[in-house]
Design a protein around this ligand. Structure first.
Ligand code: VGL
Ligand code: ZN
Length: 194
């Protein structure tokens, strides 16, 4: 198996490891708790090397457009400042991690991390050109973030053992992986990072 050495222009982007997407949460993603150990190993590797680590979070107002009460597709989830919006207590959070909140306005879609201009500015300032991406959910936020990153010219490594899908339709997650690959993302396993 080919290993991918971390280089100076690499950053780690961990998407939405929040209580509401974990077992017991209002929008629990099946198997989501299983990816946390692999994600923590990646965080340790990037942290040891002093490379940027971004943790993104869904951070919605109580009346966000995507909630069923407003005619949206989802149950209320990740309401700002609530337990459901907190990162999992099992997730490592070294002091240097940078937190990016998205979906913060009522009308903001909140799927792509690049909806937040802040992220791009921070990546540019740090001279980042390659992104290692993992988290939730592979058929929504991960998919949309990866597609935007590719459009913006980033090289993307999708850590396929460290993502899980909502699977509104049973094969949504598989199709999302295919779409990311067809658009230029490289699908690797988290233990290929060295
Ligand atoms: C997400 C559905 C609604 C995600 C966020 O993080 O993938 N999915 N809000
Ligand atoms: Zn959301």
């Amino acid at each position: 198996m080919k290993s991918e050495a971390i280089e100076t222009r690499d950053a780690l982007l961990i998407i939405d490891i929040q209580n509401d997407f974990l077992p017991g949460g209002s929008l629990a993603v099946s198997g989501s708790e299983q990816i946390i150990p692999a994600i923590n190993r990646c965080i340790e590797k990037f942290n040891t090397l002093g490379h940027p680590i971004f943790l993104t979070r869904d951070w919605h107002p109580v009346d966000h457009w995507s909630f069923a009460g407003q005619g949206g597709p989802w149950p209320p989830h990740c309401v700002a400042e609530t337990f459901g919006a907190e990162f999992s207590a099992s997730l490592l959070q070294p002091k240097t991690v940078q937190v990016i909140s998205k979906g913060v306005r009522r009308e903001s879609e909140g799927y792509s991390d690049f909806e937040v201009p802040d992220l791009r500015a921070k990546l540019e300032r740090a001279g980042i050109s390659r992104l290692f991406v993992a988290g939730l959910a592979s058929d929504y936020c991960v998919l949309r973030t990866v597609l935007d990153a590719l459009k913006l010219g980033y090289q993307v490594f999708l850590l396929q053992d460290a993502v899980r899908a909502v699977n509104v339709k049973p094969d949504d997650g598989d199709r999302a992986l295919q779409t990311m690959r067809q658009n230029g993302a490289q699908l690797i396993s988290s233990d290929q990072i060295s």
